[in-house]
Write a protein that binds this ligand. Structure first.
Ligand SMILES: Nc1nc2c(c(=O)[nH]1)N[C@H]1C(S)=C(S)[C@@H](COP(=O)(O)OP(=O)(O)OC[C@H]3O[C@@H](n4cnc5c(=O)[nH]c(N)nc54)[C@H](O)[C@@H]3O)O[C@H]1N2
Ligand SMILES: Nc1nc2c(c(=O)[nH]1)N[C@H]1C(S)=C(S)[C@@H](COP(=O)(O)OP(=O)(O)OC[C@H]3O[C@@H](n4cnc5c(=O)[nH]c(N)nc54)[C@H](O)[C@@H]3O)O[C@H]1N2
Ligand code: SF4
Ligand SMILES: [Mo]
Length: 678
């Protein structure tokens, strides 16, 4: 290969991942040879995570593994029997089904589900213009992931998308990683942001994750769902050592006095009893946190519990009461939205052209799709609900409805795609330009086209432009071009270059100095941190957070958490043979005590069962779990399993306390062994 014909093109990984790695594609004679981590990227430092290194050099670049042509169903729903058709026929068929619904003003029976298959600002958000403009019902995406936390933050600080600047970490003495597992969910941040530093790192997680084992000085392995009690316990320690920041409270916090009695009652012994943690560890962490400077990474895992919203409010009370905010090395981060870089997401979603549409929780999706009065057409794009959403059995049954016209838009033939009447092949991030606004660092990155899309696949935005055109919709914002969008988005930021310059750079820092969290104060009614929230009260919630702790399970049931797998991105990559080799059979990681009580050893097969369904699992006896709980990583493709199910077959769609969100980590099930069944 002569050097002239070899090029390296920078781009960005747009998965729903804190790391937002810079990538380089090595291109020989116009052919992508390999994609790698960008050596110049501040997070990736030349290395992709294991899953992307496999999948981006595997199924993502193998046209025969991709959806490459529009398809029309020829078999039964779920059989995945399709025949190729033209784009024209596909979109005409879809438009033909939507037209009468729109004319009869039954737009609310057009339901769409979407999420973060790609987080590119255009491919991830532009299609919302189409759906909101026609007044379709949206399955609220965040309800399957992080809505409880978002709403809890909105009540308390007015904005859930303004976190600490990770760059201020150099000033932190203590970092609490609370209910997040960066060793899986942010593997580069785990290495560089956490491991390579001298701060006192405390991991608060019921599971002994690799972050707890590798980088933490202290692992508070609390019982699941006892985080609010712990937060009050830490506040008690701070208060009894005169480490509450009364000056900060006086000027920035509303209603702190209303939780003082609960703080007083949360002494270390009481907290130890509720959380299962040693009292001396609670005191040690309470003192270190309150002395500061301290930061908290507020994980998404922790709020996926039945009182996850309350837990978030309690942790914010800890931040507020100790004044660990507004100074270098302090603050908390759930995620940093594009707004921290000046980007108004309306630029992508064009809310000015929206009609009032309904919004339904993922927890009610099966309900909605079972019911012909509520759903006549169903679109799924950028997500794979048959793998990711609750109530898998009911959802599957609902998708079998002959009178539910289903359209699936994906890069791959997922379980959900198998139920579509019409399949629309999406181009992948390797095949068009976009912008990524990472949700941890305040940076901005270019997603750059490195190859042609295989076959006739098109970027999401182009698919919905063409559909709008077929429907003869006239609103100009339904037809804005990618180039216009890219320039408009960049113009909102302080970055002075154009998209070509950003592409050259890959990723750019937006701030020279660490950015201050909440530079304009708190967007709450009082302008303060609202520990006592009238808005929460009006929504039927307690006015203040409570030191709640879930009770241990009873009757031998196990609490099952199903967090991020190291080898998958949600359900993505499960179709790559290299990944399949890594993940093996569905494992239940079970504490030795629970295994022994059931006479189980590693490799045995048993069945998890509850009121929603059952799931065969292979036992892995492991001390990562604590007694009374089990770990089953999320994201398996049901169609790759003999049981045709994954862990969500056991999730009946129970809602958390706040935001109608999932509480999948509160799931309980019995473990039935063959011996016991006989
Ligand atoms: N049991 C359990 N279930 C969970 C969770 C849990 O913790 N436990 N976590 C939940 C969470 S946090 C989330 S965010 C959800 C995620 O659930 P989903 O949103 O379903 O995420 P994925 O499974 O990755 O599906 C994304 C799909 O988008 C496709 N895709 C990728 N790029 C593009 C593109 O450019 N265009 C189109 N059209 N498609 C594309 C991928 O091929 C993939 O099929 O799962 C939830 N489910
Ligand atoms: N490799 C990989 N990376 C991913 C994803 C993936 O699927 N795979 N998914 C992406 C997405 S969409 C998201 S939302 C993020 C999620 O990433 P994280 O925020 O890390 O969330 P989870 O992986 O769901 O869970 C994190 C931890 O929460 C713990 N947890 C469960 N219940 C409780 C509790 O009651 N209290 C406390 N303190 N902890 C608890 C779990 O044991 C787990 O170790 O990761 C993103 N990154
Ligand atoms: S999924 Fe995350 S860790 Fe893996 S390459 Fe993409 S951004 Fe990096
Ligand atoms: Mo998520």
């Amino acid at each position: 290969m002569s050097k002239e014909n070899r090029k390296f093109i920078k781009t960005t990984c747009p998965r729903d991942c804190y790391d937002a790695c810079g990538m380089v594609a090595a291109v020989d004679d116009g052919q992508v040879r390999k994609v790698l981590g960008d050596p110049d990227h501040h997070v990736a430092k030349g290395v992709l995570c294991g899953k992307c290194a496999i999948a981006y050099n595997g199924v993502w670049r193998q046209p025969d593994r991709r959806l490459t042509q529009p398809l029309k169903r020829v078999g039964k729903k779920g059989e995945a029997a399709f025949k190729p058709i033209s784009w024209d026929e596909a979109l005409e068929t879809v438009a033909g089904r939507l037209r009468p619904l729109l004319e009869e003003k039954r737009n609310e029976t057009i339901v769409h589900a979407h999420y973060t298959g790609t987080v590119g600002l255009i491919a991830g958000w532009y299609p919302l213009r189409f759906f909101s403009h026609i007044g379709a019902t949206e399955i609220d995406p965040d309800t399957v992931c992080n809505k409880a936390g978002h709403v809890a933050l909105e009540y308390t600080v007015g904005d859930s998308l303004d976190g600490f600047d990770p760059e201020t970490v150099k000033d932190a003495a203590t970092i609490l990683v609370w209910g997040a597992n960066p060793s899986h969910s942010a593997p580069h941040m785990h290495k560089a942001w956490l491991r390579d530093r001298s701060a006192n790192i405390v991991v608060i997680d019921p599971v002994a994750t690799n972050t707890a084992l590798d980088v933490a000085q202290t692992h508070l392995q609390l019982r699941p769902g006892t985080d609010a009690a712990l937060a009050f316990g830490l506040l008690h320690v701070a208060k009894s050592h005169q480490l509450l920041d009364r000056v900060f409270i006086q000027s920035n916090v509303k209603g702190f006095d209303e939780i003082e009695a609960a703080i007083d009652a949360s002494d270390p012994e009481t907290t130890a009893e509720l959380t299962g943690l040693p009292a001396e560890k609670i005191i040690e962490v309470g003192l270190a946190y309150a002395k500061g400077p301290s930061m908290i990474w507020m994980g998404q895992g922790m709020q996926r519990t039945s009182r996850g919203g309350n837990a978030f409010r309690a942790i914010l009370a800890l931040v507020a009461g100790t004044g660990q905010m507004g100074k270098p090395g302090t603050g908390f981060c759930y995620m940093n939205g594009p707004g921290t870089r000046g980007i108004d997401m309306d630029s992508a979603t064009a809310s000015q052209i929206a009609q009032d549409g309904k919004s339904v929780s993922h927890m009610d999706m099966a309900d909605t799709l079972e019911n012909a009065a509520q759903s006549q057409a169903f679109f799924t794009w950028n997500c794979n609900p048959l793998a990711s959403s609750p109530d898998q059995t009911r959802l599957r049954k609902a998708l079998e409805r002959e009178d539910l016209f289903t359209v699936a838009c994906d890069v791959f033939a997922t379980d959900t795609v198998a139920y579509a009447d019409i399949v629309l092949p999406a181009a992948s991030f390797l095949e068009f330009n976009d912008i990524v606004a990472p949700y941890f660092h305040h940076t901005l990155s270019a997603q750059v086209k490195i190859q042609e899309a295989p076959g006739e696949a098109l970027p999401n935005q182009e698919i919905f432009r063409r559909l709008a055109s077929k429907l003869e919709l006239e609103e100009p914002l339904l037809f804005e071009s990618d180039d216009d969008l890219l320039s408009r988005i960049l113009a909102m930021t302080s970055y002075e270059g154009d998209f070509a310059a950003l592409s050259e750079a890959g990723t750019v820092q937006i701030f020279d100095e660490p950015r201050m969290q909440f530079p304009d104060g708190f967007a709450t009614p009082s302008g303060k941190i609202e520990i006592a929230s009238a808005a929460a009260e009006a929504d039927g919630l307690p006015r203040v957070p409570e030191p709640h702790a879930d009770k241990p399970t009873e009757g031998g049931r196990l609490r099952i958490v199903s967090p991020a797998s190291k080898w998958q991105m949600n359900s993505s990559y499960a179709n790559d043979p290299g990944i399949q080799e890594q993940i093996g059979a569905i494992a239940l990681h079970l504490h030795p005590q629970d295994a022994e009580a059931r006479n189980l050893s590693t490799g045995d097969v048993a069945t998890l069962t509850n009121e929603a369904g059952e799931l065969p699992v292979t036992i892995d006896v492991s001390e990562i779990a604590q007694p009374g709980m089990g770990v089953v990583y999320k994201g398996r493709w049901p169609n790759a399993e003999a049981s045709a199910a994954n862990i969500n077959v056991l999730h009946k769609g129970a809602k958390s306390d706040i935001g109608e969100a999932t509480c999948v980590h509160s799931l309980e099930a019995e473990l039935v062994t063959r011996e016991a069944a006989e």
